[in-house]
Design a protein around this ligand. Structure first.
Ligand SMILES: [Zn+2]
Length: 258
C-alpha cells in the first residue's frame, strides 16, 4: 500500500563495537515500544485489509545512532556507522520509488513517542505551535502536506490539519485525542509540542514531489504501554488512514495491494 512507516529511534540494540554518541546537545532517550507499534500496525493491516505498509525500522539504540537527524548529529561524526545511516534512507528512497511506480502519492509517517504531560498524539506537520494558533496565516508551502495540496487543488491546508477529515480529527473520533485536530486545534503557548523532525522535513519536501506525510508523536499510556492498547491504536490508525485516503486523495484503499 502507499504508506511508509519509519521508526527512527525505538531500538534497543547496544553493540559494544559502536561507541556511544557523545557530541554536545544530543538527545538519546529511546521512543520505547514504537517498534512494537509499527509491527502491530503491519500485522493487523495484513489480517484486516489484506495488504501491508512498508516499514523502515532502526534497531540500534539511540545512544549509538539517531535516524531522525542529519548525518553529523546522527552519528556524532563517527564515519564507521555512516553506512548504517545511509542504508536507512536508501530503504525509504527505494520504497518511495516502488510506491510511486503504482500510486500517485506516498504517505510517509515518522513514528515517535513523547513524554509530555498531556496524553494526546502530537502530529507534526512542520508547523510550529504558534503557526497552528494562527491558522489564517499558515503558509501551505511550509506544511508537510504541501505535496498533497499540489495534487489536489480543492483541498485547503487547514482542512488537513483541523477539518472533519483531518487525520487528527479521525483519530480523536476513534478515542485517540490528537493535536492538531478539530477537537484540539493547537497546543497552548505553555504546552510542549513536537512539530516534526529531520525525516519529515527530508521526505515531505519539494525534492520528493510525490510524497506527503507527518510525524506522529504518541503518548505512552493508552497507546504504547501494552499489547491491548497497541492493538486498539493500530485499528484506529488504519481506519483513520483508510478514511483519509478516501476523502483527501485520489487513491482508493479497495485497490491497494493488487
Ligand atoms: Zn522520537
Amino acid at each position: 500500500m502507499p504508506l511508509i512507516i519509519s521508526v527512527p529511534h525505538g531500538g534497543n540494540d547496544d553493540p559494544a563495537s559502536i561507541p556511544d554518541r557523545t557530541c554536545p546537545g544530543i538527545t538519546s532517550a529511546i521512543d520505547i515500544r514504537t517498534i512494537e507499534m509499527a509491527n502491530g500496525i503491519d500485522s493487523i493491516c495484513k489480517v484486516d485489509y489484506g495488504f501491508q505498509p512498508y516499514l523502515v525500522i532502526s534497531y540500534l539504540k539511540r545512544t549509538k545512532l539517531d535516524q531522525n537527524r542529519d548525518l553529523p548529529e546522527a552519528t556524532c561524526s563517527n564515519s564507521t556507522i555512516a553506512g548504517i545511516w545511509n542504508n536507512y534512507h536508501l530503504s525509504i528512497d527505494t520504497f518511495i520509488t516502488k510506491i510511486n511506480a503504482k500510486y500517485p502519492l506516498a504517505l510517509f509517517i515518522d513514528l515517535h513517542g513523547h513524554g509530555h504531560t498531556k496524553e494526546r498524539l502530537e502530529l507534526g506537520y512542520l508547523l510550529t505551535g504558534n503557526e497552528l494558533r494562527n491558522p489564517a496565516n499558515i503558509n501551505p508551502v511550509s506544511a508537510s502536506v504541501f505535496n498533497l495540496l499540489q495534487l489536489n487543488p480543492l483541498l485547503q491546508v487547514n482542512q488537513l490539519l483541523t477539518g472533519a477529515h483531518a487525520f487528527g480529527t479521525l483519530m480523536a473520533n476513534n478515542n485517540f485525542p490528537a493535536v492538531p485536530s478539530q477537537q484540539d486545534v493547537a497546543p497552548l503557548v505553555t504546552d510542549l509540542y513536537f512539530d516534526g523532525g529531520y525525516n519529515t522535513q527530508r521526505y515531505c519536501a519539494a525534492a520528493y514531489p510525490k510524497v506527503f506525510g507527518w510525524q506522529i508523536e504518541s503518548n505512552y499510556t493508552g497507546v504504547r504501554n501494552n499489547q491491548a492498547n497497541r492493538v486498539n491504536f493500530a485499528k484506529a490508525f488504519l481506519q483513520s488512514i483508510m478514511q483519509f485516503y478516501t476523502t483527501n486523495t485520489s487513491m482508493d484503499p479497495a485497490t491497494f495491494g493488487r
